[in-house]
Design a protein around this ligand. Sequence first.
Ligand code: COA
Ligand code: ZN
Length: 307
Amino acid sequence: MTQHIFINEVAARDGIQAIHTPINLAGKLALINACAAAGVQAIEACSFVSPKAVPQMADADELFAQLPDTDRIQYSALVPNLRGLERARAAAVQEIAVVLCATDTMNLRNIGLSLAQTIAMCIDTIHAAEQYGMRAKAYVSVAFECPYEGLVQASSVLDLCDRMIQAGASEIVIADTIGAANPRQVKDLIGECVKRYGAQRVSAHFHDTRGFALANVWSALEVGVRKFDTSIGGLGGCPFAPGAAGNVATEDVVLLTEQCGFSTGIDIAGLRQAIRVAEGLVGYPLGGRTRAWLDVQDKKQTGQKLS
Ligand code: COA
Ligand code: ZN
């Protein structure tokens, strides 16, 4: 089993969409540049959604044209419909992500369509992406619990995953959008995904609302998952899912996995620099569960007093 962990940094999309302070194009590029400098391999840069629904993503077209290090970094963008796909194609996006929420109400809140309509929209978008030569991965969101409909059955999530894979999705991303999952549920649901589609085609996206995200990452690792969405400093949330906190922090996952013998190719000092850039943009302190520990390490390295 491979020991390399593939981190998809999502602060620029999942993180920034949840921030109320408008972040301009230069700010987003500074953030992405800092993540690139830290060695991040994949970045979800933006979403091609309605600017009325998510004003922070209104400049996605311009942003995509100015991304750094495009030979090395695998960039992706979220698209909610065929209009978004056309915009992504015009911006030369090579990998898109469709989002299928596991419940009716969440799809209605997110994109104004029922579950059945969203399934059809995702399938159409995946097919069209394929024709354009773009990779299309599929998120199955609120995969454990929906803020409106409560607990979600694993069997219905697996059914949605099967349909996305059958439609041609390159990868399934199981998303715990509101941070409600526990490690046992992760083992059962994501373990079954790995069995059905292979670890190469399964990725996990956890939010850290209850402090369970790292335990969930570990549980996913144990069933073979090697791809994770994470966000520097834990930036994030979802404007359509009340109560959702930020994503699991990139630095937390890097620290945990590297200390346990995995490799990420990501430099913690570089991540710390990227977090400072993000803090400058949002105007408040950021950091995951390891923040206090990392602060002490920084002080030790620079010879500062520890008090
Ligand atoms: N990009 C830009 N504009 C878009 C668009 C897209 N992908 N899709 C639709 N629009 C525009 C339409 O042209 C229309 O514009 P107009 O009012 O100037 O005529 C307007 O948005 C409304 O379109 P409509 O088809 O009636 O859809 P809607 O208002 O029900 O919105 C979505 C549907 C999907 C566009 C919108 O809900 C959305 O963008 N949601 C994204 C949610 C999100 O990002 N969630 C977080 C990720 S999980
Ligand atoms: Zn998320």
